[in-house]
Design a protein around this ligand. Sequence first.
Ligand code: AKG
Length: 270
Amino acid sequence: MESKLIISEAELSQGKWHENTLKMARHLFRVHGYLNVQNLYPKEYLRTVCDSYMQQLEFSEDRTELKSGTMVSHKRYITPIKFEGVFNDVRLWANPFLLQLMKQFLGPNPILGSLGAVTSLSGAMDQHPHADYFPLFEESPEAVSMLPPYAITVAVPLIDIDLLNGPTKVWAGSQHVYPVETAMSSYAKHLVCGPLGSCYMWDYRTFHAGGSNHSDEPRPLLYMAYTRRWFNDFLNPDLLDISPEEYEKIPQEFHPLFQKAAVRRLVCRK
Ligand SMILES: O=C(O)CCC(=O)C(=O)O
């Protein structure tokens, strides 16, 4: 069974999850290592995000390659995103339903650690299974199954994503095992996708892989990493960088989400 939730009409009108749904979300995320929420974002806003992102991309003349970003597997590119314009918007990173989930999964003080997008081009092949980070205590495999998440990747489809243009394959439950069984046959493989407005999130330890793109169009998937305050992600090059001008635009109540980016800037200036 897929680990999936739909926000109810009553929850949408109240702007928050019902307590029981939150408990269910926590249970699903802990057991499966991921959660798919089908209706988290307003579609009109995401269309503006998609337009802005696609305008930033530089394609080769025949559109078979991307010149911007880093190729992470066949015809699949990660591009960091500048924290400005439509991306410096509370609707994206402070969506009330999303923040409630992040606090359930990561404790009361989550940090936004990175912002980027992964785009697979037409013809992209299946990516290799991987986790976004190592287990924290590699010398103690038994700890891996007990520890709660320390970081989460939140993926936001910028178009309707389906089985044709490229779901993200997720090996449910693999976040609890170390060393992981590399053939992945011990874990249930879920093909996670959703329409514009949906959002799926996985534990940094959960094995996953971008699926092949059999459509004629690029498949852009925005991502944000939310982490516990003390976690430092040494593997990902796209740590959030916020200029002082953009930081000023962030409402005060959300400054705790950006504590680390703010401190990094102060330290780097010295
Ligand atoms: O393309 C996807 O669906 C996921 C990509 C991914 O996990 C990665 O590039 O690290």
